[in-house]
Write a protein of this length. Structure first.
Length: 140
C-alpha cells in the first residue's frame, strides 16, 4: 500500500473531505503544487481553481475552491476554503449564470470597493467555467 497523507478540506458550510490520500494537487496563489507524504511545511494562499485528490495512482476526486488557505506538514494537508464544491455537482449553466451576475454587479457597482468585489466574483466565476471545461467526462 502506498504511503498516505491525512487530508482535510473545510469550507464555511461543512467539512467536505477528511481522509488519507496519496497526493493532493492544490491551486496555490503562486501556482499549483502537489502535497505528498513527508512534504516540507508550507502555508499558501489559494486562488480559484481545482483541488485534485489522488488515490490509487490517479485523480479520484476534483473539487472547485474559490480561494482560501492551505497548510501542509509532513503528515497532513489542511485546506480552509472560502467556497468548495465537488465539480461533479456543478455545470456550465451555473458558471454562466455566475458570470452574468458578476458582470451585472460590475456595471451597477457604486465605488471602487464594490467594483473590486464584483471583479473578484467575476474572476471566480471565470475560473469555475475554465475548471468545468477542463473536467473529464462524468462517469455514469
Amino acid at each position: 500500500m502506498a504511503e498516505t497523507l491525512a487530508f482535510e478540506l473545510v469550507s464555511p458550510e461543512r467539512l467536505l473531505v477528511s481522509e488519507p490520500v496519496e497526493m493532493v494537487v492544490v491551486p496555490g496563489a503562486e501556482g499549483d503544487f502537489a502535497a505528498m507524504p513527508r512534504h516540507a511545511p508550507v502555508l499558501s494562499a489559494l486562488r480559484a481553481g481545482v483541488i485534485e485528490i489522488h488515490r490509487g495512482g490517479q485523480a479520484s476526486r476534483r473539487i472547485f475552491v474559490a480561494g482560501g488557505f492551505a497548510e501542509v506538514t509532513p503528515e497532513r494537508c489542511t485546506v480552509l476554503a472560502e467556497e468548495a464544491v465537488p465539480l461533479a455537482e456543478l455545470d456550465a449553466a451555473q458558471a454562466a449564470a455566475r458570470i452574468q451576475a458578476a458582470e451585472r454587479e460590475i456595471a451597477e457597482a457604486q465605488g471602487d470597493d464594490a467594483k473590486a468585489l464584483a471583479r473578484e466574483r467575476l474572476a471566480i466565476a471565470e475560473a469555475l467555467r475554465a475548471a468545468l471545461g477542463a473536467a473529464p467526462p462524468a462517469a455514469h
